[in-house]
Design a binder for this molecule. Structure first.
Ligand code: PDD
Length: 281
């Protein structure tokens, strides 16, 4: 695999990052994941805009312009013959040459940009989408700026491990009795013609897939209600689903051992998945 590190395309074995990189020492970095279907980038503009926002919120400099970033994405697709899969990008506050809590001067410490591809043949026809995911609820103890896409993913990672241990697919975070989002996706329930999802705030990541799916849902005459919901409400809903750049729209068929509806994907989530893939590919 050919990866990108600070201006260079290299075989992955030759890519090197300083041990003083603040991404490594302090999780001082942000990331994006963009899907690729049949060689085409899905919603690059959305991801580029959110990256710019994440960088700004952390007073971090963009290592390249967004046009250059697009060119690197395309070059990685070409160099790796990527058909279906993802491109991961990470920007960190660079490597100041020592460990210090205080931010280094960006003039002397440029940010680090790393990018690599992940091949997922048949990504759009994932068999899991036909059966749906089972989830458990996990207390949301992440920090208060979940709207910034930082690489600080220890709790999401631990939540996925709890899910795995419980024999299910994923975890939904709960704070003050309400679902915030999934461990790596936004969470929704469906009641009749209505799609319910938590409103945007610092409590959740502003999903790029969320924005597109809600737009398509409105166009398809579904009602969209942005408000908090509980696990109990999800268990009594007609359907549930998640959205993310890597899994698009994914039906959720069980929460904390309770089946949602018949315990199989309903009609709304699969329809939204179809519309999303059709419109974006
Ligand atoms: N995760 N919420 C969280 C906590 C996420 O980590 C993600 C994305 C989302 C969905 O955002 P988007 O639709 O822009 O992908 C919501 C990515 C895919 C990941 O960490 O792999």
């Amino acid at each position: 695999r050919i990866v990108y590190v600070n201006g260079e395309y290299l075989p992955e074995e030759e890519a090197k990052i300083s041990i003083f990189d603040r991404g490594f020492l302090m999780a001082d970095g942000v990331y994006e994941v963009t899907s690729v279907l049949n060689g085409k980038l899905i919603d690059f503009d959305g991801h580029a805009k959110r990256l710019e926002r994440s960088l700004k919120e952390l007073s971090m400099n963009a290592p390249v312009t967004m046009d250059e970033l697009l060119a690197i994405h395309r070059e990685l697709v070409t160099k790796n013959d990527l058909v279906d899969g993802m491109i991961y990008l990470q920007v960190t506050r660079g490597a100041p040459g020592d460990r210090d809590f205080v931010f280094p001067d960006p003039e002397t410490t440029p940010s680090t940009l790393v990018m690599f591809t992940q091949s997922k043949p048949g990504l759009a026809d994932s068999p899991v989408a036909k059966t749906g995911n089972k989830v458990i609820s996990v207390e949301d103890i992440r920090w208060g700026r979940r709207d910034i896409k930082t690489v600080q993913l220890l709790w999401p990672s631990m939540a996925k491990m709890m899910a795995k241990k419980a024999g299910v697919d994923d975890a939904w975070f709960v704070e003050d009795g309400f679902v915030t989002e999934g461990s790596s996706n936004n969470a929704y329930i469906v009641k009749g013609n209505k799609i319910i999802t938590r409103a945007l705030s610092n409590d959740i990541l502003h999903g790029i897939t969320r924005a597109a799916v809600l737009r398509f849902a409105a166009e398809a005459q579904y009602e969209v209600e942005e408000r908090n919901f509980t696990i109990a409400e999800a268990q009594e809903a007609d359907e549930a689903f998640t959205t993310s750049a890597s899994a698009f729209v994914m039906p959720v068929v069980e929460v904390d051992g309770v089946k949602i509806g018949e315990g199989v994907p309903g009609t709304v989530a699969p329809r939204l998945r179809e519309i999303y893939i059709e419109e974006m590919r």
